[in-house]
Write a protein that binds this ligand. Structure first.
Ligand code: GSF
Length: 198
């Protein structure tokens, strides 16, 4: 599989971690995704011009959740998405929660790093930060049931990694000791160490 790639993208990281955890090779294609200037090479396969976008034997695929499901269907090891039952819905919900946290974090990042200062809207930025904090609070209530690795936990690990990367002053650990302890261990997985954001 080929993947339009950005070394700072947490959504790309989800895909790369899942590929490593399931022993699959991914060929990374350089790209320059931007919310204000779509990369035409990506856009030829994905109209939104976003990364990750994959080129597969079954055609172009996006977004990260679809690519992760695709990769999980390509290997014969333990599934990263449980096949059926309550654990499947928990994994899918946790991935959606982590992606929701990430969506808010990325919007906050764009607001502070890309939008011209005179066009910034503090209440809107605070709204995104509230979503991040509420999502972290929910995750804190669930950490006792976090075990091993699956697509939901990969997404959570990559979302927290992005917070540490882009918002190092956001002290999310202070009031969430369970999540902090879980992440300290999960972040040491070789797949996480091999995909640190740059
Ligand atoms: C989000 C991808 C995304 O926003 C997914 O793959 O799960 N729901 C999608 N990617 C960002 C790069 S990032 O991860 O920092 C992106 O491509 N931004 C460019 C744009 O046009 O917004």
């Amino acid at each position: 599989m080929k993947l339009f790639y950005s070394p700072a993208s947490p959504y790309v990281r989800k895909v790369m971690v899942l590929a490593l955890e399931t022993g699959q090779d991914v060929e990374q294609l350089a790209s320059a995704a931007s919310p204000i200037a779509r990369d035409k090479t990506i856009a030829a396969s994905n109209p939104t011009g976003k990364v990750p976008t994959a080129l597969t034997d079954d055609g172009p695929l996006y977004d990260s959740r679809v690519i992760c499901q695709y990769l999980d269907a390509q290997h014969s090891g333990p599934p990263m998405y449980p096949a059926a039952g309550p654990s499947r819905w928990t994994t899918l919900r946790r991935e959606a929660l982590a992606d929701g946290l990430l969506d808010a974090a990325l919007l906050a990042r764009y607001e502070t790093a890309m939008r011209p200062a005179e066009k910034r809207w503090p209440e809107w930025l605070q709204g995104q930060i509230d979503k991040i904090d509420a999502s972290l609070d929910q995750l804190e209530t669930e950490t006792a049931s976090f075990a091993g690795v699956d697509a939901g936990l990969i997404a959570i690990g990559c979302a927290i990694g992005y917070l540490d990367f882009r918002f190092p002053d956001h002290d999310w650990r202070a009031s969430r000791p369970g999540l902090a302890n879980w992440y300290a261990v999960f972040a040491q997985r070789p797949s996480m160490q091999a995909t640190l954001p740059q």
